[in-house]
Design a protein around this ligand. Sequence first.
Ligand code: NAG
Length: 98
Amino acid sequence: MLVPGALLSAVLLLASSAPAALAVDFRLPTGDRASLPKTEVICNNNIHQCWFVSFTKPSEPVCGSDHFTYNGECHLCFAVLYKKLNITKLHDGPCENP
Ligand SMILES: *[C@@H]1O[C@H](CO)[C@@H](O)[C@H](O)[C@H]1NC(C)=O
């Protein structure tokens, strides 16, 4: 049997957290000074924002230190945290591939 009170608070929680979940614009350390540990920390602190929107929302491409263009910070963080790649963000925008 459904408990209306619990259902209502679940709906309210969902509604109040939605705007934050839509704002995926965290900044990763960039360029020569970017380190893997710092990237991992910032990814860990922000990856929770990624799940609902990162694969559907068009995001600005970023260039990783592996010279691979990632479709945004969420994708680069996914590679760092879950594929365990030792990469950092080089710069905003796609990599200039030879
Ligand atoms: C990642 O790569 C950098 C630069 O090549 C290296 O200094 C560092 O030790 C590597 N870290 C890990 C965890 O493999």
